[in-house]
Design a protein around this ligand. Structure first.
Ligand code: PEP
Ligand code: MN
Length: 339
């Protein structure tokens, strides 16, 4: 919508109309008492490049359509999408996914023990980092390819599909061969080259919200993956940076119902990285289920006190089953069963 200045001359309105017409959009001139507005109906991409703001008589250009396209709920006529990951249904409003496991694969014993515990407790998938994004370059960065082999063994032993992070394009083949669900970490949400590579792996992608990213930016990042041809993208709210420092990040639970209105993609919540504190993980998980999330991504460790990464926020493996039952009860209030 192009809003003209009050008193804009007729030939100025005509000049805008003519320039818009060059892009092939349908143009409607709406004369008003004070100002004239000009509606441009069609693909807005060409219109933004016309430089209309600089034309004589133009007051402002107001975008009406959303900046994200493929992720938009308009595309699916407001029907939520759902898909299957190794027999687990994600999205669609009837299932709730418990994606659980250690922050990082640290050893075969630790990973298999956690995998057994979360499988017995009703988990839908096993998470575990092989290549880790660490704030300090001197921190443990994961076991790499060896971790992928351990995850495969854990899948064989438990039947749980595995979720692991694609940190860098150089690991794309290795991750693509192993993962059932490819995670893009918060720090890489706007690594557009990586998003395109992830979208070409032929695997579903779990896209985490950036530490300081708006929801519009999250959905445009999802568009980068979707445009490569995959339809299977899951969004993840994992807490954002705010002035509040009592918790590691601030979990934006309001994002869940907002995203449900604006995108057809499934949404899960990561209460572990959001809070940084095991004691907050269950209440935030129950909250996530109550506001309509399609699942949670939660860190669990067999010995959190000695974890090499994110121990304070990891649930004890022995507590997982009771935690899962209480979270599932909240999901059930919304008519969802565990995936
Ligand atoms: C993770 O899930 O292991 C992780 C590193 O999370 P984030 O990218 O959200 O910080
Ligand atoms: Mn972690």
């Amino acid at each position: 919508m192009i809003v003209m200045q009050p008193g804009a001359a007729e030939d100025e309105v005509e000049a805008v109309r003519e320039r818009l017409a060059t892009t092939g959009v349908h143009v409607v001139v709406l004369p008003g008492k004070l100002t004239t507005a000009i509606g441009a109906i069609g693909d807005p991409a060409g219109v933004t490049e016309l430089g209309l703001e600089g034309m004589a008589g133009v007051d402002r250009v107001v975008p009406i359509s959303r900046p994200y396209k493929l992720a938009s709920s308009e595309l699916s006529h407001h029907e939520p999408s759902s898909f299957d990951i190794a027999g687990r249904t994600v999205g669609g409003g009837e299932t709730f996914c418990l994606i659980a496991g250690p922050c990082t694969v640290e050893s075969r014993g630790q990973t298999l023990a956690v995998a057994e515990a979360v499988q017995a407790g009703g988990a839908s998938m096993l998470r575990g980092g092989a290549f880790k994004p660490r704030t300090s370059p001197f921190a443990f960065k994961g076991m790499g390819e060896e971790a992928l082999e351990i995850l495969v063994e854990a899948r064989e032993q438990t039947g749980l599909p595995i979720v692991t992070e694609l940190l860098d394009v150089q690991h794309a083949d290795a991750i693509g061969q192993v993962a059932d669900l490819v995670q893009i970490g918060a720090r890489n949400m706007q690594n557009y080259a990586l998003l395109e590579v992830a979208g070409r792996l032929g695997k579903p992608v779990l896209l985490k919200r950036g530490l300081s990213s708006s929801l519009d930016e999250l959905l445009m990042a999802a568009d980068y993956i979707l445009k490569e041809g995959t339809e299977e993208v899951i969004l993840c709210e994992r807490g954002i940076r705010t002035f509040e420092t009592a918790t590691r990040f601030t979990l934006d639970l309001g994002a869940i119902p907002w995203l449900k209105l604006h995108t057809h993609l499934p949404i899960v919540v990561d209460p572990s990285h959001a809070s940084g504190d095991r004691q907050l993980v269950e209440p935030l998980s129950r909250g996530a289920a109550a506001v309509g999330a399609d699942g949670v991504l939660v860190e669990v460790h067999s010995d959190p006190e000695h974890a090499r990464c994110d121990g304070p926020q990891s649930l004890h493996a022995a507590d997982f089953a009771a935690y899962a039952a209480r979270v599932a009860a909240h999901a059930q209030l919304l008519g969802k069963r565990l995936a």
